[in-house]
Ligand binder design. Sequence first.
Ligand SMILES: NC(=O)c1ccc[n+]([C@@H]2O[C@H](COP(=O)([O-])OP(=O)(O)OC[C@H]3O[C@@H](n4cnc5c(N)ncnc54)[C@H](OP(=O)(O)O)[C@@H]3O)[C@@H](O)[C@H]2O)c1
Length: 185
Amino acid sequence: MSGDRDAAADATQDLETDRELVGIVAVADNGVIGKDGDMPWHIPEDLRHFKETTMDHPVIMGRVTYEGILETLGEPLPGRTTVVLTSRDLETPEGAVVAHGLEDALETAEAAAIERHGGTDRIFVAGGATVYEQFLPVVDRLIATEVHDDPDGDTSFPEWDRAEWKLVSRDERDGFAFLEYVRRE
Ligand SMILES: NC(=O)c1ccc[n+]([C@@H]2O[C@H](COP(=O)([O-])OP(=O)(O)OC[C@H]3O[C@@H](n4cnc5c(N)ncnc54)[C@H](OP(=O)(O)O)[C@@H]3O)[C@@H](O)[C@H]2O)c1
């Protein structure tokens, strides 16, 4: 993590939003979430779950994750505003906007939701690892797909203290499970 990123993480605790901040991730038993800019598995049911859960809400993600989605879909996630965290001056197509820091990302997400949907109850934080790491201290809810596998990968979900989280639902499927945690008061 760069010095700039350290500073950004320190500033996380000061972030404020009236919306529920929701982390959403698919994570293998060994903590892996990514490989070569993509996910190391293809689980259509999880992709549908991600789509249904995030539809009509702003979704914050890092530039690397965003570029992976652009490569796969040829466009940003349909039906949602993607807020791309980057230090670069990126040109983005319709449906994606750039933010240069965490506070900027939240403000941009709220503004986009008001403009597009008249507001939002939730803002999603959709990775990758650098973005989960910075936002996790202020995430209210974590929607996790646990993939029961130990794949090779180059990107992992950050260490997190499960004692700080209460498991509120678990839906076991074939080879994976949908879980939902809320931060303990
Ligand atoms: N399994 C899952 O649920 C899941 C979800 C998401 C992603 N993934 C996987 O994770 C991998 C990508 O994760 P990653 O950690 O390598 O990259 P990432 O978090 O997607 O993107 C990293 C980039 O985001 C930008 N960034 C992050 N924090 C910033 C800040 N505070 N201010 C400005 N810019 C900031 C920087 O872009 P610049 O370099 O442009 O400045 C940084 O290089 C991929 O393999 C992807 O498929 C998996």
